[in-house]
Structures are given as C-alpha cells and as structure tokens.
Ligand binder design. Structure first.
Ligand code: NDP
Ligand code: 2IT
Length: 451
C-alpha cells in the first residue's frame, strides 16, 4: 500500500488537526467534507494513493500581509490582510473578500476550502479562494473605508488577475468597497480587466449579481420542496442576518408566496408576526446596508414586531429556515428546536452557518437540508457569468441571467440527488454536494499528476 495518512477518517482528521493548530473553523469544514468523502473513496484506490483529499485540504498558498491606513483623526492603524488560494485545478481561484473583526486565517482557510467545492458544483470553470481582513467597517467614515480598501489592494494586486485569482464581496464588502478596490487596482496596474466581480453596472458588472446569492438559496429551497410535491406558497420562513444575502432571500420568499417572520444582526433578531413584506425589506436594505443601522430599530418603524436582544431566531416556529448571517450561528440545540417545531427544510445562505452537531441533527431527522456550498452558490455562479461577460466584452440581458441562475441552481440540485439519494425518498444533500464537488476537482487533479 502507498505511503498515506488516508488510513481512515479518524487518522486523517488527526493529521488535519495536528497540522492546523488553533484553526477550529478550518478543521470543522474539512471534517464535514471528509465524513462523506471517505465513504465515497472506499473503493477508489487512486484517490487514496494520490492523496487527493489531503492535497485539497492544504491550500496552494496563504498570503498574509500588513495593511496600514490613516483614520480621520490622523492615527495610523495596522490591520492584517490575507488571500487564501486553496485550489485552482478547474479554473482561476475565485471567492469573496470579508472585512470583519472576526476574520482570522482559520476562517479564511475554511471559506476557501468550501469555495473549492461550491465553485465546482456551479459547473463553471472556477477554483477556490477567499480573502479578507480583521478590519471592522462599522462606524468608519466613507473616506476611512476608501483608504483602507486602497491600502488593502496595494498589496493584494500582485497576487490576483482575471486568469489568476478573481475576488468579490462577502461580509462587510459590497459594491462600494469593490469600487474602491477596483479603482486602486486599475490605478496601480493601468489595466482595465475583470479582476474583481460584483462591479458596478457602468464598469463591467453584471445584472443580478447583487441579488443572486439570496435568490439562488430560495430557488434551491424550492427545488428541494418540489421533491415532496410542495412549494413556498403560504409557508412561514425564519431568516437570520439582514445583509445582502438575507434581504434578497427574504425578497424571493415573498415573491414566491411565503411569509418571512424574522431577520437578525449581531445584536439580536426581530420577529414580525405580520410578515416582513417587500416594503419592509426595502426599509431594512436602506437602513442596514446603506446607513449601517441596527436591526433593532425595525420595531420603531414597524410596531407590530418585537426585538430579542442577543438571541438567534431559531426558536420561532416555521416551515422553512434560511441561516444567512455567518458561520456557526445555528447550533445542535437550535437544530433540535427547529425540527421539534415542525421545520421541514433548511437552505443555508451563509457559509457553514450550522455547526457539526446541527448538521448531524438535520441528517438524523432526514429533513430537507441544503449545505451552503450547494444552496448559496448562486452568488459565485453569477460572478462566473460576470467573468464570461467581461471576457466577451458585452453584457447579457436580465432575463437571460435570471434563467441561467435558475438553471445553475437546478443543476446543483440534480448533482446533489445524483450522489446523495439514499433511497426511501431521502436525499442527503450534504453528501451529494460534497461528493459531486470533490469528484470534479479530484479528477482534474488526477489528470495533472503530482503538482
Ligand atoms: P453582509 O455584510 O451584507 O451581511 C452580514 C449579515 O450577517 C449582517 O446582518 C451582520 O450583522 C450579520 N453578521 C455578520 N457577522 C455576524 C456575527 N459574527 N454574528 C451575528 N451576525 C453576524 O454579508 P452577506 O450577506 O454578503 O454575507 C452573509 C453570509 O453569506 C456570509 O456567511 C457569507 O460568507 C455568505 N455568502 C455571501 C455571498 C455573497 O454573494 N455576498 C455568497 C455566498 C455566501 P451586523 O450588521 O450586526 O454585523
Ligand atoms: O461565499 C461566496 O460564495 C461569496 N462570497 C461570493 C464569491 C464570489 O466570488 O462571488
């Protein structure tokens, strides 16, 4: 037998833990994938002997750098920036940039690892990467954010390129920040190229990129419900977060006839038993996204609602749930509560929002449960379409893009069924997504030999 630490799942995970001390999020993401891949690899010696999973779980490179900037009071601030280039077997590295004080190397490594499988699932030629900084945009002036973005790009520019690595947005990074970073990239390199996605429509952006992650997560949810002959009409939905993904998921739920009961932020959640209608969603978008307000102020604008400080919304009874804020925001106990209250489907808009206990709980109860790498892939999929439009130097129509997004989400759903159908009407979407994503990347890596 070849020299390998792929002896069994436990041995493999011991190695991952040893090589990545103090990186719990990364270890958690690898564990969730490895649980399924070890079973899949049982009779596939080549994947073992070529150490494919071991290689995917070791980023191609992690670039770490200092980001200095000057605040409005003239103080020099020093932040840390990273770009994790996990795997480019099937295309240029691709994945968002996150600005949040909780960002660490572990968080970005888990995100880049997940992104590798997610991007493979879209069917588009994109590898996996992620970047970011522990910079906290909250309470900063626009000029401070601009100076930070410029300083961040002054280092990042040398590591990226339209055919090398194409960053986009994530938590704390929206259209405004992409604009500041694109402007700096263009200034330094004198090169107008599709090096970032999520760009403004006037300068190379794609229609529906902003909406794509939230809409896609709801399309995936609708696909799952359809396997049971159901749709979203009249269904109650509990959603966490109140940023880009959460507000667009809420919007699509409402469009498809559902009733949204909750939204949240890091301060707590609001519960609106009358339903969060389109005009209320528009209020949240303006209030949270553009003015950087707090979700608790919703109850002043809409007095029928209540605010629950420091709490997550999973105790509110619902038919469907969409965690759309951040990692590990839905724990094992929350999963049990959701199931006990009759929740039938969970579609993750965020990346790894459910901890391993929660994942195991959903699987145990065989509810319709979509992991983020499948259900939130709509955003990066439209980023991939933005790259294609940039290469073609033209813009596609909104209807074309809407249809492509729907088709891509259905395609991912079909891939999950292909590898996750357990018989008896139960589809293990986690397993399906992990195996389908892994197989595509693994087969490309086999073709390249040991590089
Ligand atoms: P935004 O910055 O637009 O919104 C983030 C939301 O999550 C805010 O409501 C924020 O609350 C809340 N949040 C962030 N961190 C925490 C935390 N530690 N605890 C509680 N709440 C928190 O980000 P997005 O909507 O873009 O991203 C949300 C999730 O979706 C992330 O997991 C991201 O990786 C994932 N995702 C995003 C994609 C995209 O296209 N944007 C694509 C695929 C996945 P507060 O305002 O209080 O910070
Ligand atoms: O997690 C994600 O998929 C994103 N933040 C979007 C990445 C992208 O390149 O559009």
């Amino acid at each position: 037998m070849a020299v390998t630490d792929h002896v069994d799942l436990n041995g493999f995970m011991e190695g991952v833990k040893k090589r990545n001390p103090y990186q719990p999020e990364f270890v958690q993401a690898v564990q969730e994938v490895a649980e399924d891949i070890f079973e899949f690899m049982q009779d596939k010696e080549e994947y073992h002997s070529q150490q494919i999973l071991r290689r995917i779980a070791e980023p191609d490179r992690v670039v770490s750098f200092r980001v200095c900037w000057e605040d409005d009071a003239g103080n020099i601030r020093v932040q840390r920036g990273w770009r994790v280039q996990n795997n480019n077997a099937i295309g240029p590295y691709k994945g968002g940039i996150r600005f949040h004080p909780s960002v660490t190397e572990s968080v970005l490594k888990f995100l880049a690892f997940e992104q590798t499988f997610k991007n493979a699932l879209t069917g588009l030629p994109m590898g996996g990467g992620k970047g970011g900084s522990n910079f906290n945009p909250k309470g900063k002036s626009v000029r401070e954010i601009m100076r930070f973005c410029q300083s961040f790009m002054t280092e990042l520019y040398r590591h990226i390129g339209a055919d090398i690595d194409v960053p986009a947005g994530d938590i704390g990074v929206g259209g405004r920040e992409i604009g500041f970073m694109f402007g700096q990239y263009k200034r330094i390199t004198n090169n107008f190229t599709g090096v970032l996605t999520g760009k403004g429509l006037e300068w190379g952006g794609s229609l529906i990129r902003t909406e794509a992650t939230g809409y896609g997560a709801v399309y995936f949810l609708a696909n799952m419900l359809a396997t049971k002959g159901e749709d979203l009409t009249g269904k109650t939905a509990v959603i966490s977060g109140s940023g880009n993904v959460a507000t667009h998921a809420a919007e699509k739920i409402v469009q498809l006839g559902g009733k949204v009961l909750t939204l949240s932020d890091s301060g707590g959640f609001i519960h609106d038993p009358d339903g969060i209608t389109q005009d209320k969603i528009d209020w949240v978008k303006t209030h949270k996204t553009h003015r950087r307000g707090r979700i608790e102020e919703y109850v002043e604008a809409f007095p029928g609602a209540t605010f629950h400080a420091g709490k997550t919304p999973w105790g509110v009874p619902c038919d469907v749930a969409l965690p759309c804020a951040t990692q590990n925001e839905l724990l094992g106990e929350d999963a049990k509560t959701l199931v006990a209250n009759g929740c039938r489907a969970v579609s993750e808009g965020a990346n790894m929002p459910t901890d391993l206990d929660g994942v195991h709980t959903f699987k145990h109860h065989k509810i319709l449960y979509a992991p983020g790498k499948a259900s939130n892939a709509g955003g990066v999929a439209v980023s991939g379409l933005e790259m294609s439009q940039n290469s073609e130097r033209r813009s596609w129509k909104e209807e074309e893009l809407q249809q492509m997004l729907k088709d891509i989400m259905s395609g991912i759903h079909n891939s999950c069924i292909k590898y996750g159908d357990q018989g008896g009407g139960y589809i293990d979407y986690v397993k399906g997504a992990n195996i389908a994503g892994f197989k595509k990347v693994a087969d490309a890596m086999l073709a390249f030999g040991v590089v």
